[in-house]
Design a protein around this ligand. Structure first.
Ligand code: GRG
Length: 296
């Protein structure tokens, strides 16, 4: 299956699952559920849940065991975008080609919609029905892993160091800390959880960790590059915002050409790390190539 077709097929499955698990707009409080759904169904690429499904498939697992965690990951990712766009943070008007959540629903509702998405994600990760075929110790491992990569020593931590670094001269280790934590963490967690729920062995989990670390960092470098040379309409948000805010980025520190070089080296590391898995890892390896060549 071509990668495009794979993305289309798996994102349809994710959308169906999200549709069934997210409270409908008719359930009280309707305004909150409407705001949550507005951002979840705003046309995101579903990269993290797709990586989770692909990792599960790569270790020979049953994708039905991973759908709830894939949806929880997308809810956490969406909450982070809703909060990141708020006036107190990046103060953005557009996301995924439409008005940001706070522009559409007001600041207070956007904060609460993000809070509710994060909380609902962990409810779903612990949901009894969704976990009926999963050993309880694996469920606990999954919850701990996602909390670790999303929390103060993961995505939120990376966001704080990113904020503190705005307008400052920042060294390379700090830049790598920001990128691996703020963005890389959820990507790394996605493939690890996919392999874990797919019943992967220790060697497969270790390979997936290496893949996720490299692919996660490559993703953020590609994002930095897109913010310099990307197309506003394709990306769905303004270009040049990193520079305007004095954000620390790869192109700012290393230049465009070296940033591209680093992204393609990381892509090779990601691809090589999965070679022990053979043909079953092909989709993940194609996704790594897509991550560094994407235009949106
Ligand atoms: C507010 C707790 C908190 C964290 C925010 C992830 C993050 C931390 C901020 C997002 C800022 C940002 C735009 C980072 C660039 C990388 C990134 C996460 C891009 C968006 O991810 P995509 O391209 O988006 O997968 P879609 O819309 O396709 O899901």
């Amino acid at each position: 299956m071509e990668l495009n077709e794979y993305f289309q097929n798996r994102s349809q499955l994710i959308d169906q699952a999200l549709e069934s698990w997210l409270p409908s707009e008719e359930i009280l409080p309707a305004a909150l559920h409407k705001a949550m759904r507005y951002s979840v169904f705003a046309g995101g690429k579903r990269l993290r849940p797709i990586l989770m499904i692909a990792a599960c498939e790569a270790v020979g697992g049953d994708t039905r065991h991973v759908m709830h965690a894939a949806c929880a990951m997308e809810m956490i990712h969406t909450y982070s975008l809703v909060h990141d766009d708020l006036p107190a943070m990046d103060d953005d008007d557009y996301r995924r080609g439409r008005l940001t959540n706070h522009k559409a629903f007001g600041e207070a509702t956007a904060i609460l919609a993000g809070d509710a998405l994060l909380t609902e994600a962990f409810r779903l990760l612990a949901d009894e029905k969704a976990n009926k075929d999963i050993p309880p110790h694996v469920t606990i491992q999954v919850i701990e892993l996602i909390a670790r990569y999303a929390g103060s020593q993961g995505m939120v931590g990376g966001q704080v160091v990113d904020m503190e670094s705005e307008g400052q001269t920042v060294d390379f280790p700090t830049l790598e800390y920001i990128h691996t934590h703020k963005t890389g963490g959820l990507i790394l967690a996605s493939v690890q959880v996919g392999a874990l729920l797919g019943g992967g062995d220790d060697a497969q989990l270790a390979a997936m960790k290496k893949f996720g670390g490299a692919a996660g960092l490559a993703f953020q470098i590609a994002d930095d590059i897109l913010d310099v040379i990307g197309d506003k309409d394709e990306i769905g948000k303004d270009i040049g915002s990193d520079q305007a805010r004095g954000k620390v980025t790869y192109p700012a520190l290393l230049g465009l050409s070296e940033s591209r070089q680093r992204a393609s080296e990381l892509c090779e590391i990601a691809i090589d790390s999965l070679s022990p898995l053979g043909e079953s890892a092909k989709v993940l390896q194609d996704i790594a190539r897509y991550i560094v060549s994407r235009t949106s």
